[in-house]
Design a protein around this ligand. Structure first.
Ligand code: G3H
Length: 476
């Protein structure tokens, strides 16, 4: 990137070791911007939107689509570079980095197709009560998009692209990790759209303060923690005028019933809890198991964890990779220590590693409500297991939870499983039966209740989030 201002060093969670000396691996440099650059980005987005009268919001849908198609074609050309940087910068296993990249291209292509359908519907004239009406989808204004570090490409573009397609202008703030991998993508965005339509900010969260305080952004699209979302929303002088599209904290539980098929259950819990080292918002973060099946489940999970490959993200077949920083390792260790001090046991044997940022997955049994890991979202490879005797125990957990994204039920007795479905559909936004929690397919609505989400992100819903229905009516 051409940038004449201050730069910051970017390190990978991978460490190098020389005897007893560990050093973080320097992988590149990125611009550092302050609040004044945030203000410049805002002004550019506001100018390009021009109260809905700018070139971009008034452009024909087909022409906006052409810009996005040019971008996505060029994006495909930087696949190797982005995948390599993603693997290095956030330590996502290389094969999973490839999946994230390819899924993002599919998401954009599918969103374009969904917009063509939506646009066809919008151009129809309806006649009702003697009124001829065209119900259009109109843009909302400048949008602030902030993606997370764990899906930096996918979840940044999953909000940005629908926002642009609907005629909004945007400011993108890159996540705290993932700046390097996003640099080539952001460069393409700036080249493929008219001036001022996409404005990119590298920097920490402080740079968005003037943007929100100005009251001039119409939508905050943020994927990250619930507490950060609250703080961001509060900066806007008229929060009721700020539409929020949010993907936030979750503590998705699994309920393992007496009738569970243990092969399926253990397989799904392993990948559901430990995929990308537990750093998925959709991860299974607490497991309730009927006491009669607990020993069997623990034995399967122990065996599964022992078979996981702990190593570097470029290693073929690796499962558990370095975590983002020593602070995260200390946090996970504190969660485990707290649980053990209060009576839980670590069921699996741990191992020492040559890199301080690696964390041996910990399977905890006998977890109770007094332990931090019962409530806190660990976002790492810690699997807390709670035995239950009475079906009301897991149900009560979800009812009392502050979160309501998804859950999983494992059981092969249809009547037993059915007893959980209806009450849980009213608590979370996706009930998975005999399978882990997950976002895909991307045409499914992806949202949550309580502190877990606001708005719905999916291929079609994304377009609706960043637009409003506007009626042109004429009396016949
Ligand atoms: O971190 C949250 C992601 O949206 C999870 O996506 O369920 O496809 O892994 P996923």
């Amino acid at each position: 990137l051409e940038w004449k201002g201050k730069m910051q060093d970017i390190y990978s969670p991978i460490e190098t070791r020389d005897g007893e000396v560990f050093s973080p691996l320097l992988i590149g440099r990125c611009p550092v911007v302050d609040e004044s650059v945030g203000t410049l980005a805002l002004e550019a987005a506001v100018r390009a939107y021009d109260n809905g009268m700018g070139l971009w919001p008034t452009m024909a849908v087909a022409d906006r689509i052409r810009h996005v198609e040019t971008f996505v074609d060029r994006l495909a050309g930087v696949r190797d570079e982005v995948v390599h940087l993603m693997t290095l910068e956030i330590c996502k296993p290389r094969s999973e980095s490839e999946v994230e990249f390819d899924r993002t291209l599919d998401y954009i292509h599918d969103t374009i197709r969904a917009l063509k359908d939506l646009d066809r519907d919008s151009s129809r004239i309806a006649i009702e009560g003697g009124i001829y009406a065209q119900i259009r989808r109109a843009p909302l204004g400048p949008v602030l998009c902030m993606g997370p570090y764990n899906f930096p490409l996918n979840e940044t573009l999953a909000t940005l692209i629908p926002a642009l397609l609907m005629g909004n202008t945007a400011i993108v703030k890159t996540p705290r990790m993932g700046k390097l991998l996003l640099a080539p993508v952001m460069e393409l965005l700036c080249e493929c759209f008219p001036r001022g339509v996409v404005n990119v900010l590298f920097g920490d969260r402080r740079v968005v303060r003037p943007i929100l305080e100005s009251g001039k952004v119409s939508v905050l699209a943020f994927i990250g923690s619930s507490s950060a979302a609250d703080a961001l929303r509060r900066l806007h002088p008229h929060p009721h005028r700020l539409r929020c599209v949010l993907g936030l904290d979750a503590k998705n539980p699994a309920f393992v019933l007496e009738s569970a098929d243990m092969d399926v259950t253990a397989r799904e819990i392993l990948s559901g809890s430990l995929g990308f080292s537990g750093q998925r918002c959709t991860a299974l973060k607490i497991i309730f198991v009927h006491r009669s099946r607990a020993e069997e489940l623990l034995a399967r999970l122990c065996e599964g964890i022992a078979g996981l490959n702990v190593g570097m993200p470029f290693d073929p077949g690796v499962n558990i990779t370095p975590m983002p920083g020593l602070g995260k390792i200390a946090y996970l260790r504190a969660l485990v220590d707290d649980a053990v001090a209060k009576g839980a046991r670590v069921v699996n044997a741990g191992g020492g590693f040559s890199v301080r940022t690696l964390f041996q997955p910990a399977l905890l049994y006998g977890v109770t409500p007094s332990m931090r890991v019962y409530q806190e979202e660990q976002f790492g490879p810690v699997v807390p297991v709670v035995p239950f005797d009475d079906e009301r125990t897991p149900l009560a957990y979800q009812v009392q939870s502050n979160y309501g994204q998804q859950m999983s039920i494992f059981g092969s007795d249809p009547e037993q499983v059915a007893r959980f479905i209806d009450p849980m559909v009213n608590q979370v936004c996706r009930v998975n039966i005999n399978s882990k929690c997950q976002r895909g397919p991307d045409s499914f609505p992806f949202t949550g209740r309580k502190d877990s989400a606001e708005g719905t992100l999916s291929v079609g819903d994304g377009l609706r989030c960043f637009s409003i229905r506007s009626v042109v009516a004429a009396k016949g």
